[in-house]
Design a binder for this molecule. Structure first.
Ligand code: UD1
Length: 417
């Protein structure tokens, strides 16, 4: 298995271009199932989860006309298989995004219960409740979700909790349901709004996406689409933190600063200079980091997907910070690894108390999930001596060319097979 070796102590300088968002392209690939014809997807990030989702829609009957670099062309004319098998779904939780589209398109779906990151129970009960509200009949058997729907019907539905992919799944099914659907307590993430925008270009009638109430007038069919994936705000935030932790000066290109406001605010509070442009952010260290407290929340709050990386930054702040995780119940697995590098962190319930230390020391560490693996690379950038990160397949799920991008900024980082 590959490992990444980082030699700490190099300031990052220069420019880095952000790739398309993993969390935007996965629902878009699932949404192709709602259409019949050739869909073009541009600026798709070159990450393993995209390969998995393309394999999945192919398994369901789509033809992959082109899949090179960041350009995917999928012909969904002959989608006919309602079965999303365990071997594909188990490696990526977002595979459950095909459930709503399959029910809407074929009237049936058999989707393996998902796996994915080990950051909590992460059930899909809220997806199922929403689809049942639209009239689908769903049962769980032998690790699979079986669903049938003669005709999906519009409904007023309130999600018990804010769920990102749950909102997307039900919104996609409702796009082809009969009549009006109103989804309350919907997720407001930019990727939800982006999905609605692309569906609207295809002929869907969706209003309010990006707020907590989405209103969908069902239509009978959707045209294929041609879309450019919006930039990855989590990747952008990771490079912003990389600049801050190495006391460097990095311009992060191809990002939407408005999608990262809480992170920009917290970086500024920590003493880092952040200048925002229209599609870029420049982050400059000021030689000293102040501690800041934060709590993760659904968008527009501080993203849980940046919690681990920001915690790494706080391990070197001058003082104590408190970090509270409210979205996932088990998202502090990186703490044990950071402590092996000399960080001073204690956990009580869902709050981590971080006492800043003078320095981190390189050590062999193990990535436990996608964002936790990024936080260990960030720690390695500033640690004394080498850090060896194993299980980097987690990084490959969601970060395109991470070693290459960091090397171009001046990091000493390499991958060994
Ligand atoms: C999405 C993102 C992921 C991010 C997360 C939270 C994608 C592909 N993934 O994941 O990167 O970390 O949002 O911002 O977009 N829950 C239930 N029942 C459900 C669904 C969710 O109890 O049916 C709970 C989860 O266990 C979790 C919380 O709701 O505690 C939020 O999860 P959710 O928003 O659904 O996360 P994902 O959509 O899986």
């Amino acid at each position: 298995m590959d490992k990444i070796i980082v030699e700490g102590g190099h300031k990052l300088n220069g420019r880095v271009r952000i790739s398309g968002a993993k969390n935007a392209v996965l629902p878009i690939l699932a949404a192709t199932l709602l259409t019949q014809g050739k869909n073009e997807i541009r600026e798709a990030p070159k990450v393993r989860d995209v390969n998995t989702m393309v394999r999945l829609v192919k398994e369901l009957g789509a033809e992959v006309d082109h899949f090179e670099g960041d350009h995917v062309v999928l012909d969904t004319t002959s989608v006919n298989n309602p079965v999303a098998p365990y071997d594909l779904v188990s490696t990526m939780r977002a595979s459950c995004l095909v459930l709503g589209p399959l029910l809407a398109r074929l009237g049936e779906a058999k989707v393996s219960l998902p796996g994915g990151c080990a950051i909590g129970a992460r059930p899909i009960d809220l997806h199922i409740k929403g689809l049942e509200a639209l009239g689908a009949k769903i049962r769980l058997e032998e690790g699979y979700v079986y669903g049938t729907a003669k005709k999906l019907k519009g409904v007023h539905h309130t999600f018990d909790l804010v769920t990102v992919t749950g909102t997307m799944n039900v919104m996609m099914a409702a796009a082809l349901a009969e009549g009006e659907t109103v989804l309350c307590n919907a997720a407001q993430e930019p990727e939800v709004k982006y999905l609605a925008d692309v569906l609207n270009q295809s002929g869907a009638k969706i209003k309010g996406a990006g707020t907590d109430t989405i209103v969908i007038q069902g239509v009978t069919s959707l045209k294929p689409f041609d879309c450019r994936i919006l930039p990855d705000r989590i990747e952008a935030a990771t490079y912003m933190i990389a600049a801050a932790i190495t006391d460097g000066d990095v311009e992060v290109l191809n990002c939407v600063p408005g999608h990262m406001e809480p992170i920009i605010d917290k970086l500024r509070q920590s003493g880092v200079t952040v200048e925002t442009g229209e599609n870029s952010v420049r982050v400059k260290g000021n030689g000293k980091l102040s501690p800041v407290d934060f709590t993760t929340e659904p968008y527009p709050g501080f993203a849980t997907d940046v919690q681990a990386q920001f915690m790494t930054l706080m391990t070197l702040a001058k003082g104590q910070s408190k970090i509270t995780e409210t979205v996932f119940e088990n998202r502090f697995m990186h703490v044990a690894e950071l402590k092996r590098m000399g960080a001073d962190i204690s956990i009580e319930g869902n709050t981590a108390t971080v006492n800043g230390v003078d320095h981190l020391s390189g050590a062999p560490v193990m990535a436990t999930d996608l964002r936790a693996s990024a936080c260990l690379v960030l720690a390695g950038l500033v640690a004394e001596r080498d850090t060896v990160v194993s299980r980097v397949y987690h990084i490959d799920r969601g970060y395109q060319d991470m070693e290459k991008k960091l090397s171009q900024l001046g990091a000493a980082i390499r991958r060994v097979k």
